[in-house]
Design a protein around this ligand. Sequence first.
Ligand code: SF4
Ligand code: SF4
Length: 447
Amino acid sequence: MYNQFHSVRLDYEKCKGCTNCIKRCPMEAIRVHDGKAQITQERCIDCGECIRVCQNHAKIALTDEMDKLSEYKYRIALPAPSFFGQFKNSENIEDILNSFFHLGFDDVFEVALAAEVVASIVHKYLKAYKRKKPLFSSACPAVLRLMQIKFPELLEQVIPILTPMEVAARMAKEEAQKRTGLSQKDIGAFFISPCPAKVTETKNPISTKQSAVDGVIGANLIYKDIVKHLAKKHHETSPRLNKATSSGIGWGYITGESKSIGYGTSLAVSGIHNVISLLEEVERGELKDVDFMELQACTGGCVGGPLNIQNLFVGRVRLRHLIEKQTNQTSFYTDKELSDIYEKGTFKSTELIQPRPIMTLDNDVSKALEKMERIDQITNNLPGLDCGACGSPSCRALAEDIVRELAFETDCVIKLREKVKMLAEEILDLARIIPPSMSDTSPKKEK
Ligand code: SF4
Ligand code: SF4
């Protein structure tokens, strides 16, 4: 039985069964039955599209609460690069980082700084790589989960390097351990996340056995408290708390990662539906001349994450503004230190990303082919309106549900109408037939 953790959930009470979400879900993971949406967990990649589209706020992301901090003696906040784009232009990164000390954290480590380390490792990896191209970024877990299900044969082209979030947690904990003398289990690393996909990633990691991140707090949960602190305007600063340069902070929006890596030909695509189209092209054997692909599930990149507060365009402009201020900052790590990190392979993925073949119709190939044929037949017989009134996202999805014995042809309202019409006509025909005992068509007896 499938029992993996998923962050994206349905708030049953709030769901009005409107079918808005079923069309946007890139994995066709949602059905509406009995007036309520249902998420098929096996298919869900936690991309958060349904959270964005639901006007009833019935889709939610399960994240950790602030009281989880009390489980650790020493607590480190790991704000995502996109988090800095959530605040007014007047705020600077140093002030934002400082605010975490007032919310119960003992330390703060920028994921943007880890992103710079990852960029340097990936650059070196791309330079040494001689096999099949293009190579894909491993930074967006929603994209990796999409590839596991829909594009398993492309998984070998994912760069086997841990995400900046994971690297940040490891670096921050090691640094804290040296400074405090505490054991690793007493140190908690908390990622401040723009998305549910990262929550899922820490609970069910796909490139490593166990995540070093101990908790994930939604950017939306902590935002208000930081704003309140920033409003006090008497910020004391710790010496060079902000260590990341514009290169790492740029990872907060699409193209930032490619720029930071700065190697060969790259392509940056955001928005899960665009990512799917692009991967289909790669699957057809195109784009072999591209060295590196930066793929992000959210439109605009992480700044468009569903747990962020700001509209993605506002967030992006603010992030850019902050990046401009950072351009003169020198790199925290020397080239020598970065080369050593690469040589040691410290941040390489330890697990191969495995396919998740949930789209298979049957384990027996001949039965699967038969079922595929039936799906085609049923689809051809359906009206092809893809209206969603049946609760499935498309006529083909309904056909698949029928073959999987999860739905009936009469779930289609047009088919139901046809059936009712046929039935009504049959009843009418029957009504017109007068039994011989009641009719006067029998031969008249001669008087
Ligand atoms: S999170 Fe994404 S994949 Fe999962 S149900 Fe929502 S839209 Fe579908
Ligand atoms: S693009 Fe960023 S915010 Fe969106 S799902 Fe991927 S990692 Fe999360």
